[in-house]
Design a protein around this ligand. Structure first.
Ligand code: DSN
Length: 501
């Protein structure tokens, strides 16, 4: 009996054999030898991603080259510490990989220092917080005591240090105004380890009000002034944030996870480039940046030695296979074609927003400067965000609901939809497709109503979609996706036949 790889190779003329698909089949064959159900799920996920229009602002499709860098023996190696300073032997090759990834990141962003170990954005933020606490609180105390070894502090000295570390102030963007959970939201450890304060967007305009933030920062006097977002559709003036941080004596930290690709691609430059202005910048690597799932920390030189202690202070052993994939992604992001991509992400977002407005939808702040927009569906369609998210999914679109500033529907039901263009832009879509997407979104919203509860009141989650609307939306989504195929090198029919039994 021949294997899937043998079948592919023998059934394809030599000039048509794709190295990428050959590697994919070989890889799945190895997986299936032990876990056929896992290989089947991988193929089903490819099918699911190919058949849904991905408008999730924080997702993308990384290259098969990036994926290839992750699937190998690098995962076997422990390498706690950082290059040339490890707690394990035999780390020379991991040193080379981590150093290469860090150098690529520095060159890509023009950063003084890069730390490429964090496994997620939340980890990267914790590394950044503790690096800042170490630099600004712990180091001066140790210097005063005249001791560098924490184990040698007396119980009283240790208690005093811990009390000071645990009572510092963080000021970040409110969750409902678009800030992230890790920016001091009470459900997250960030609000428990810091005395945490939030600034909001302006109630009328939905925009950051720098003067109001400055006033609040002068009252709070935070150790860390944090900006960056998960759901804010506008560019940020980081020069202005630098001024505020300097005035109130704070360290300026930016979480650019969402828009790192726009920084890397030189869409956000000058005052809008956080790396130029902030002391410490964190980002995930898998959103607009289009790399593997993971994160990095960039910083100015004085913070480098503290950031490098992310493992063991916060992180477990680094994922060497993912650091290799980060290096590949950073190399990709330094090309002209990536820069064109990043500009197109923004252009597409603007085109999509303009069309949504033309069709009568309501956008938070009235538009977008970046890769995402927030549609207020409660005020135009009487739907919660959860209902809108469900309706879109039933019609072939994946996106996520999102709170709007001061949202009366709270963080679970919400009033908005967050819509982003990074993934559809990777597929190659442009202005014409953005127009079509806006029209499908409008069609689905117009054809969706809240289901009624037994008490005769509108449900907050369940919906009723007009069948004709659902059928038409699905047809139009399929037509779009038929023209812009995800990973066209991969023959899905062959994979389904071989791996889904
Ligand atoms: N989950 C990410 C997002 O969707 O914005 C942030 O962690």
């Amino acid at each position: 009996m021949s294997t899937p790889l043998q079948k592919y190779l023998s059934g394809t003329s030599p000039d048509k054999i794709s190295p990428a698909f050959t590697a994919y089949v070989a890889n799945l064959q190895e997986v299936a030898a032990v876990g056929p159900e896992i290989a089947a799920s991988i193929v089903k996920e490819l099918e699911a991603q190919r058949s849904h229009l991905k408008l999730i602002a924080s997702e993308n499709y990384c290259s098969l080259n990036v994926q290839a860098a992750m699937g190998n023996l690098l995962t076997d190696k422990y390498a706690e510490g950082y290059p040339s300073h490890r707690y394990y032997g035999g780390c020379n090759n991991i040193d080379d990989i981590e150093s290469a990834a860090a150098e690529e990141a520095k060159a890509l962003f023009g950063a003084e220092h890069a730390y490429v170990q964090p496994h997620s954005g939340a980890d990267a933020n914790l590394v950044a917080y503790w690096a800042i606490l170490s630099a600004k609180i712990e180091a001066p105390i140790l210097e005063k005591i005249g001791e560098t070894n924490l184990s040698k502090l007396t119980d009283a000295q240790w208690a005093d240090l811990r009390a000071k570390l645990g009572n510092q102030r963080l000021m970040g963007l409110d969750y409902y105004s678009g800030g992230h959970l890790t920016h001091g939201y009470r459900q997250n450890v960030s609000a428990r380890m810091f005395d945490s304060y939030s600034y909001t967007v302006d109630k009328e305009t939905g925009l950051l009000d720098y003067d109001a933030i400055e006033k609040q920062a002068m009252e709070v006097k935070p150790l860390i002034l944090l900006t960056g977002y998960s759901a804010y559709p506008r560019a940020i003036n980081f020069r202005r944030f630098r001024e505020i941080a300097d005035k109130c004596g704070a360290v300026l930290m930016v979480d650019m996870a969402h828009f790192a690709g726009l920084v890397a691609g030189k869409v956000f430059t000058g005052d809008e480039n956080p790396v130029a202005w902030a002391d410490v910048v964190t980002t995930t690597t898998h959103k607009t940046l289009r790399g593997p799932r993971g994160a990095i920390v960039l910083c100015k030189a004085p913070f480098a030695e503290f950031v490098n202690k992310g493992c063991p202070l916060v992180l477990g052993g680094p994922l060497a296979h993912v650091m290799a994939a980060k290096a590949i992604a950073f190399k990709e992001a330094r090309t002209d074609s990536y820069r064109q991509y990043a500009h197109k992400v923004q252009e597409n977002a603007r085109a999509l927003a303009a069309e949504c407005l033309k069709l009568g939808l309501k956008l938070q702040t009235g538009g977008t400067d970046n890769h995402l927009m927030l549609i207020d569906i409660q005020s135009t369609h009487g739907l919660t965000g959860r209902q809108g998210e469900n309706a879109m999914f039933e019609c072939g679109i994946t996106l996520n609901r999102n709170s709007l500033p001061f949202d009366p529907n709270g963080a679970w039901w919400t009033s908005g939809l967050r819509v982003g263009t990074p993934a559809v832009t990777t597929l190659g879509m442009g202005a014409a497709e953005m127009k079509e997407i806006a029209s499908i979104i409008k069609l689905v919203l117009d054809g969706t109503k809240p289901a009624m509860t037994e008490k005769g009141t509108p449900a907050k989650g369940k919906i009723v979609i007009e069948p004709a609307v659902q059928a038409e939306a699905k047809k139009r989504v399929a037509a779009l996706l038929g023209k812009f195929v995800l990973y066209p090198e991969l023959d899905l029919d062959f994979l389904k036949a071989e791996f889904i039994k």
